[in-house]
Design a protein around this ligand. Structure first.
Ligand SMILES: NC(=O)c1ccc[n+]([C@@H]2O[C@H](COP(=O)([O-])OP(=O)(O)OC[C@H]3O[C@@H](n4cnc5c(N)ncnc54)[C@H](OP(=O)(O)O)[C@@H]3O)[C@@H](O)[C@H]2O)c1
Length: 250
């Protein structure tokens, strides 16, 4: 059975994916900054869980990932879910930078470490990540968030090219969902075409198992993204995209 690490397993999408895979008997390495939920999962599924407190914004995170891989006894799939979302139309510079630090800086740090593991071990593997439909266009209220997700998607493409050049056997899967009702969203706001974690996580899993290169979740969002990709930027920048309430953490 394949060995998988889920980075960002303590909440939302990562937690839902962990529960689904553990209930099917899979052995997982789970990580996030907060480990209470991960500890509970290890008690609920004895012998199936290794876990580690990892902050992707810290320089020691790659070393901790390698320790987790060792404890798991190897790695087949690295699944990067960790991320934060802040709606920030006021462009508070510190909030903007915080989003980039976690979603771009932390993403690059951890995905590079997973790439290096597969390269050094000469073990065929897969790197899957949750980015966002927001990375396909710049959304005004979510400027740093959109840019961070574009960075993540572009980084996967660049690493895929590098893997071809270096003969490293890695499949890359870029999962781009629309709004999902998790703690990332503001509890009292309503979002366009909101989805439930228990609906989207099986779709995400299917895209990983099929080694899909890019998966937009769900079909309605795939249609929307296809449509807005056709819009020239001169039109896009004049559009009001009503996705979040002003100033709220989404
Ligand atoms: N919900 C949506 O509508 C939506 C839509 C598109 C894309 N996404 C993306 O999906 C991913 C998961 O989001 P979610 O909706 O499941 O949100 P969530 O419930 O808030 O979960 C976020 C996860 O990321 C982890 N995390 C945050 N900062 C971290 C750090 N510095 N180091 C390590 N882990 C960190 C959190 O764990 P700790 O706090 O314990 O560290 C948590 O496990 C994010 O990348 C998000 O951008 C979400």
């Amino acid at each position: 059975m394949k060995k998988m690490i889920i980075m960002g397993a303590s909440s939302g999408i990562g937690l839902e994916m962990s529960e689904l895979l553990l209930s099917r008997g899979m052995r997982l390495g789970l990580a996030a900054r907060h480990t209470e939920t991960l500890r509970e999962l290890s008690k609920k599924y004895p012998g199936q869980v290794e876990y580690e407190s990892i902050d992707v914004t810290h320089r020691d995170a790659p070393a901790k990932l390698n320790t987790l891989i060792e404890r798991l006894g190897g790695l087949d799939i690295y699944f990067h879910v960790s991320g934060i979302g802040i709606s920030n139309p006021e462009l508070d510079p510190n909030k903007e930078a915080e989003v980039i630090t976690t979603n771009a800086g932390g993403f690059v740090r951890m995905v590079a470490a997973a790439y290096d593991y597969f390269k050094q071990s000469k073990h065929a593997g897969q790197i899957a990540a949750v980015t966002s439909v927001a990375g396909t266009k710049g959304i005004g209220d979510l400027a740093a968030y959109s840019a961070s997700k574009k960075c993540a998607s572009t980084y996967l493409t660049a690493l895929e090219q590098l893997a071809h050049k270096e003969g490293v056997d890695i499949a890359f899967t870029d999962i781009r969902p629309g709004w999902i009702r998790t703690p990332l969203l503001s509890a009292d706001a309503e979002y366009m075409m909101e989805m439930k974690p228990e609906e989207v996580v099986p779709l995400m899993l299917k895209s990983i198992v099929r080694r899909q290169r890019v998966a937009v979740i769900d079909k309605r969002y795939a249609a929307l993204v296809a449509l807005w990709r056709c819009l020239p930027d001169s039109v896009w920048v004049r559009m009001n995209v009503p996705m979040t309430k002003k100033g709220e953490t989404f």
